[in-house]
Design a protein around this ligand. Structure first.
Ligand SMILES: Cc1cc2nc3c(=O)[nH]c(=O)nc-3n(C[C@H](O)[C@H](O)[C@H](O)COP(=O)(O)OP(=O)(O)OC[C@H]3O[C@@H](n4cnc5c(N)ncnc54)[C@H](O)[C@@H]3O)c2cc1C
Length: 455
């Protein structure tokens, strides 16, 4: 085995340097653990990364990311590392909407509790007046029951139909907002997860519903956070694929892969579910760690480059036409003075485009934006297809999402797909890392007390 690296017993290892791994490393290091992060790629960030587009020379992201005001755990991490200025929050939620039937907007008012969206729903022109009232009634019904989990076996579409929502209300309102949040169409997603998400959006009030837009390339933020962790003593090893977990007496003792072997009595695995299932299977641990088999839901981002200034605002939602959100990347990244514009068209739950050749998709999206927003023809385009963007939270999946503990002592799980109460997103990833770190700390405390009592 080449380059074997042995840690000291007592150290903690985090596998994966996505945001759940970065969060776990942050919380463990705050508790005095010596933390090593093992990451198979050459950089931190996982599903948030940037790359240089050769033709334009611009740094593009794998996908436009958005936060909500209620993503407190993610914001806390950025703040700790002095990176909070990388996200610009709206004062109040305001989303311009360019629908085929009418232009409109959705937004909050400074009204108490869950009332903040009500006035804008009542004026939302893509819906008929009666549909608007029924949307408010469904919003009220969502908040009436104590647990959303009883609706896990039902699709969100069926729940909405059961609450007198028309096909137009489902697509022009619930899916227009929901497919970005859930990365799934209403008929494919667990009503339990959808209801929890919309309840949070409503009940956290106008402050929680504000949109946070990234104004720095994603890699700049993750690398900034990685540097902050390194200054706190966290060690990162890149290009390290973990392909075996060693267990003795039901306790984890080491990890290994082509680049080495690492001993540790605490390990947090933050891999996506398919990668984790492979690791568990190849380590012979399948009987001890039962994992659900999740499908994935893709996200498509099409970058459009213009040689003039277009779209005078930060973003627009197109509720028909694939439910796309268009961001003015030049404005967001502070390059608005230049006589050129880069737009990015972000399409969540893009599975209906899976079979289409990429150049046809780019041409179709460019034409759709040109026609709908009356824009000039884009000079060129670049599509980024993320087939495994998030797990697909089908009906029945909420109860399958595992917690942080496993049946193996010292071995914990984290990741946006674990049981966080959130859809697959940055906030869920960061929360899962924090929770797994907390379990690790608790176990170490128990071991210390046990040892102290014995001596
Ligand atoms: C295009 C796109 C748009 C998105 N938009 C939003 C958005 O607007 N808002 C939002 O909140 N979220 C969004 N998300 C979701 C968000 O990016 C993810 O939820 C989050 O990044 C997941 O973090 P994670 O740490 O759980 O997983 P990952 O980021 O997948 O991290 C897992 C890490 O483990 C590593 N790894 C895997 N196997 C091994 C192994 N065997 N050994 C060592 N390392 C290994 C991987 O390389 C990876 O770095 C979007 C995602 C995509 C793809």
């Amino acid at each position: 085995m080449a380059d074997a690296q042995i840690n000291q017993p007592g150290d903690a290892i985090v596998v994966g340097a996505g945001w759940s791994g970065l969060s776990a490393a942050f919380h463990l290091s705050r508790q005095g653990f010596a933390v090593t992060v093992l990451e198979q790629t050459r950089q931190s960030g996982g599903r948030t990364f940037s790359f240089c587009d050769k033709r334009s020379g611009e740094l593009l992201d794998n996908g436009e990311h958005v936060l909500l005001g209620l993503c407190n755990h993610f914001q806390q991490l950025l703040k700790a590392a002095d990176l909070d200025s990388a996200v610009r929050f709206q004062q109040l939620l305001h989303v311009p909407v360019a629908a085929a039937s009418a232009n409109s907007s959705l937004g909050s008012h400074k009204l108490p509790g869950s009332l903040h969206l009500a006035p804008s729903v009542l004026r939302y022109r893509p819906l008929l007046p009666l549909e608007r009232v029924k949307v408010l009634q469904a919003g009220l019904a969502m908040q009436m029951f104590s647990s959303a989990d009883v609706f896990d076996d039902v699709s969100f579409a069926d729940w909405l139909k059961g609450h007198r929502q028309s096909a137009n209300a489902i697509s022009a309102f619930w899916e227009a907002i929901g497919s970005g949040l859930l990365n799934a169409r209403a008929d494919k997603v667990s009503a339990a997860l959808a209801l929890k998400t919309f309840r949070m959006l409503l009940s956290e009030g106008w402050n929680g519903a504000r949109l946070g837009l990234f104004i720095r390339p994603l890699s700049e933020i993750t690398h900034g956070f990685q540097s902050y962790l390194e200054r706190r003593g966290v060690r990162f090893h890149f290009g390290c694929t973990v392909d075996a977990i060693e267990v003795q007496n039901s306790q984890v003792i080491a990890l290994s892969g082509p680049n080495g072997r690492w001993t540790a009595d605490s390990v947090i695995l933050t891999l996506p579910p398919d990668r984790l299932a492979k690791l568990v299977r190849e380590s012979g641990l399948t009987p001890k760690i039962a994992l659900p088999k999740f499908e994935f839901s893709p996200i498509l981002n099409v970058y459009l480059f213009y040689d003039s200034k277009v779209l005078g605002h930060d973003f627009t939602l197109l509720p028909d036409d694939l439910g796309a959100m268009i961001f003015n990347r030049s404005r967001l990244l502070g390059a608005a003075k230049a006589e050129s514009t880069t737009l990015v068209v972000s399409i969540s739950a893009a599975d209906n485009l899976r079979e289409m050749p990429m150049q046809d998709i780019s041409a179709m999206v460019e034409k759709m934006i040109r026609t709908r927003l009356k824009l000039p023809k884009a000079q060129h385009s670049r599509s980024v297809w993320q087939a495994h963007a998030t797990f697909l939270a089908r009906p029945g999946s909420e109860r399958l999402r595992p917690g942080n503990k496993t049946a193996i002592g010292g071995l914990y799980l984290a990741g946006d797909w674990t049981s966080t109460g959130w859809p697959a997103c940055l906030e869920g990833a960061v929360l899962s890392g924090q929770n797994a770190a907390r379990e690790t700390v608790l176990r170490s405390e128990r071991t210390r007390l046990h040892t102290a009592n014995e001596t």
